[in-house]
Design a protein around this ligand. Structure first.
Ligand code: SF4
Ligand code: SF4
Ligand code: SF4
Length: 352
């Protein structure tokens, strides 16, 4: 049922069950927040998404309070801004946040919050020892110096993709994100699906292959369908137009994958620009593959199939369909094999 509330003097309708943060976001009102993501849910860890609710004592985290009919909410009082600045300043001071060299520069939610609050340099200096990068994952770099301990990666790994690799270790100032029982990522049971990388709000989990290949705002974004299997996961290709190559792939938060991808869909994207890619038909002549026209290739193949079937019967023929071609093509392969060649020897890579 549609209900109504007021945020910063604006009357807004909402669906029962939505939180204040969701209602604000859906209506273009920016409340800084770091630990909340729609897929991982409210965590109330970062304490940044504070709002003032009329009739309630103290400031509340908007990610964890349900919107109520008739509620009056303010997002930008002096008290809220002061508290948010304190939290963001502490996060910036704790670790090593050099935005100039960071791959997340331009898409970092900590940077956005600092910009929104007008923080140019952190108000505090905390002498935290520099921690080593974890480069052991084949596709992913972990940088604990940029981690703000929001827990999104942990919730994503355990509750969204359910690989159950990540967790928090220690308490207080020593808290850290670990893989399994504090193993390097490459030795843990991580399958490099990259869900943690996609949901990390800062530059603490980075796709290795995209490092140095272009700033987020320089890359063209093209929506597409993953070419690897029949699930048809929806992806965004991040393209460096000057080099004419894909430099990163992210999952789109739409059906059927809701942002999730497997290691192939997310990281095996070099083949379109590979110099070894076949771009035209070839026939082996005198022991060497030579490029030929489509007409020549099709006539040659048809002749060879016919000659072999006439000589040995249809059951010496078999066809193998592919998850990387459309349904219609696989249908044609099955039809051709059964109706034209007249054998049932037809299969598909999805069964392997
Ligand atoms: S994680 Fe964000 S705030 Fe930290 S250095 Fe990178 S862009 Fe800057
Ligand atoms: S890459 Fe996937 S499996 Fe590995 S830690 Fe991240 S979410 Fe978990
Ligand atoms: S690695 Fe990223 S997502 Fe995980 S706790 Fe740190 S900042 Fe949050």
């Amino acid at each position: 049922m549609l209900k109504s509330m007021t945020i910063d003097g604006k009357e807004i309708s909402f669906q029962e069950g939505e939180t204040i943060l969701q209602v604000a976001r859906d209506n273009g009102i920016y409340i800084p927040s770091l630990c909340y993501h729609r897929k991982t849910g409210p965590a109330s860890r970062c304490r940044v998404c504070l709002v003032d609710i009329e009739g309630t004592r103290g400031l509340q985290t908007s990610c964890s309070v349900s919107a109520q009919d008739g509620m009056v909410v303010r997002t930008n009082t002096a008290e809220i801004v002061e508290a948010q600045k304190a939290f963001i300043n502490l996060l910036l001071a704790n670790g090593c946040h050099n935005c100039l060299a960071c791959e997340a520069n331009g898409v970092c939610e900590l940077q956005s919050a600092a910009y929104h609050l007008g923080i140019e340099v952190p108000s505090f200096y905390i002498d935290t020892p520099k921690e080593e990068l974890d480069e052991s994952g084949e596709m992913i770099r972990r940088d604990p110096n940029k981690c703000i301990h929001c827990g999104r990666c942990i919730d994503a790994c355990n509750n969204v993709v359910v690989h159950e690799v990540l967790g928090f270790a220690n308490r207080g100032a020593d808290v850290k994100v670990i893989c399994d029982h504090d193993l390097p990522m490459g030795s843990s049971k991580c399958v490099q699906c990259g869900e943690c990388s996609q949901l990390c709000p800062v530059g603490a989990i980075i796709d290795k292959k995209a490092i140095g290949r272009g700033r987020p705002w320089e890359l063209e974004k093209h929506n597409s369908t993953c070419p690897y299997c029949g699930v048809g996961c929806q992806v965004t290709l991040h393209v460096n137009r000057a080099e004419n190559r894909i430099v990163k792939v992210t999952g789109r938060e739409v059906p059927p994958n809701d942002g999730m991808l497997c290691v192939k869909g997310r990281y095996a994207y070099e083949f379109p620009s590979s110099p070894n890619r076949l771009t035209q038909p070839m026939i082996k002549k005198n022991g060497k593959h030579v490029p030929v026209s489509w007409d020549e290739a099709l006539d040659y193949t048809a002749d060879r199939i016919k000659t072999i079937i006439d000589r040995d019967g249809p059951d010496v023929f078999s066809a193998f369909g592919s998850g990387r071609v459309p349904n219609e093509t696989n249908y044609a392969i099955a039809k051709f094999t059964r109706a034209v060649v007249k054998t049932n020897n037809v299969d598909h890579c999805a069964r392997t």
